[in-house]
Design a protein around this ligand. Structure first.
Ligand SMILES: Nc1nc2c(ncn2[C@@H]2O[C@H](COP(=O)(O)OP(=O)(O)OP(=O)(O)O)[C@@H](O)[C@H]2O)c(=O)[nH]1
Ligand SMILES: [Mg+2]
Ligand SMILES: [Zn+2]
Length: 316
């Protein structure tokens, strides 16, 4: 049988075939064989991952196309993962370097962001965008909770993302704002919601698709952070046909297998300036005659994005 992994939780996978859904496991033997996350052909990363030594937290991700053998009832055993078109990964938290694949075969990532509850973290947003850029995957920014008000500085910052070519949609699940706009984004292909806990990833899906009843949770009044309500990864099929990945909130997006010298290419507005510096190997940090720094000084590259670049370069 063949199908798509639509739910992943602690070594269990729900796989949707054309007709049925099967709860699948993966044999230990296959787990070892399947540690091959290769860099996709469209990747801008220079280095192809070393095939054998890569360690993943879980070899199977939502969005993976798999072949599996059917067991008793609606259960199965995954025996093959089809080659991935792309994947969205981060470095798993913890001391040993391991890759956590958040989703495979996605058409766009949708970082979710809000002015309040939780407050915006632009470094985090830029990391999510950088991960997408590294895989040549489109990104659309969703500003949720517009009912909580806005602020000039926040609007200005958001406008800058639109200026460098990111589509931005604004939503409120409380005031029912932006339904058409977000549908236009999600109704085709596979999207992946990303963002910290409490921004409303699951709420947005419940709002768009009544009856879904994903668990949602209050933001803590004390810390202003979400409470990590979603604990598994799930690909929801909208009635319109689009697939949307809902994942647990992530506070940290360390990039997987990205070297400091790869990072300028992950900021799309840097592109016209790359190659224009005095030094070929310019890091765009302290060098004289640096085209990137000049563009920042001239206001052509937004200061906040450059600050994110410095942070990302120092510690991808
Ligand atoms: N004011 C306001 N609150 C919202 C909106 N959307 C969601 N919320 C609230 O935000 C809180 C967190 O929502 P969730 O959907 O659980 O957030 P999440 O991003 O899925 O969080 P995790 O699963 O922990 O990653 C809940 O109390 C929601 O009711 C909105 O548009 N406006
Ligand atoms: Mg959630
Ligand atoms: Zn430079």
């Amino acid at each position: 049988m063949e199908g798509t992994v639509i739910r992943q939780h602690l070594g269990h996978y729900l796989v949707a075939s054309a007709r049925e859904q099967y709860l699948c496991a993966l044999s230990t033997r296959l787990r070892k064989q399947l540690q091959y996350p290769e860099a996709s052909p469209g990747s801008r990363r220079r280095r192809v991952q070393r095939v054998r030594r890569v360690r993943v937290t879980d070899p199977v991700a939502i969005g993976d196309h798999v072949e599996f053998d059917v067991g008793d009832g609606e259960t199965g055993m995954i025996r093959l993962i089809a080659e991935r078109r792309n994947k969205i990964s981060r470095r798993a938290s913890g001391t040993s370097p391991r890759e956590q694949i958040l989703a495979a075969n996605v058409d766009r990532v949708v970082p979710i962001f809000s002015l309040n509850d939780p407050p915006p973290d632009f470094d985090l947003l830029d990391r999510m965008l950088a991960i997408a850029e590294g895989e040549n995957i489109d990104a659309v920014i969703c500003i949720n909770k517009t009912d909580l008000g806005t602020a000039d500085a926040f609007e200005k910052a958001i406008e800058n993302y639109a200026r460098i070519g990111y589509e931005v949609v604004k939503t409120s699940t409380i005031d029912d704002v932006g339904r058409t706009d977000i549908h236009a984004v999600l109704d085709q292909g596979t999207s992946l919601f990303m963002g910290p806990s409490g921004v409303g990833k699951s709420s947005l899906l419940n709002w768009l698709q009544p009856g879904l009843e994903l668990r949602t949770g209050e933001v803590s009044e004390l810390t202003r952070e979400g409470r990590h309500t979603t604990t598994h990864l799930e690909l929801v099929t909208l009635r319109s046909g689009g697939l949307v990945g809902d994942i647990p909130g992530v506070k940290e997006f360390k990039l997987w297998d990205v070297q400091p010298e790869d990072t300028p290419a992950l900021f799309r507005e840097f592109e016209p300036y790359l190659g224009g510096c005095r030094f070929r190997d310019c890091a765009h940090i302290r060098e004289p005659d640096c085209a990137i720094k000049n563009a920042v000084d001239d206001g052509e590259i937004f200061q906040r994005r450059y600050a994110s670049y410095l942070e990302l370069r120092a510690s991808p």
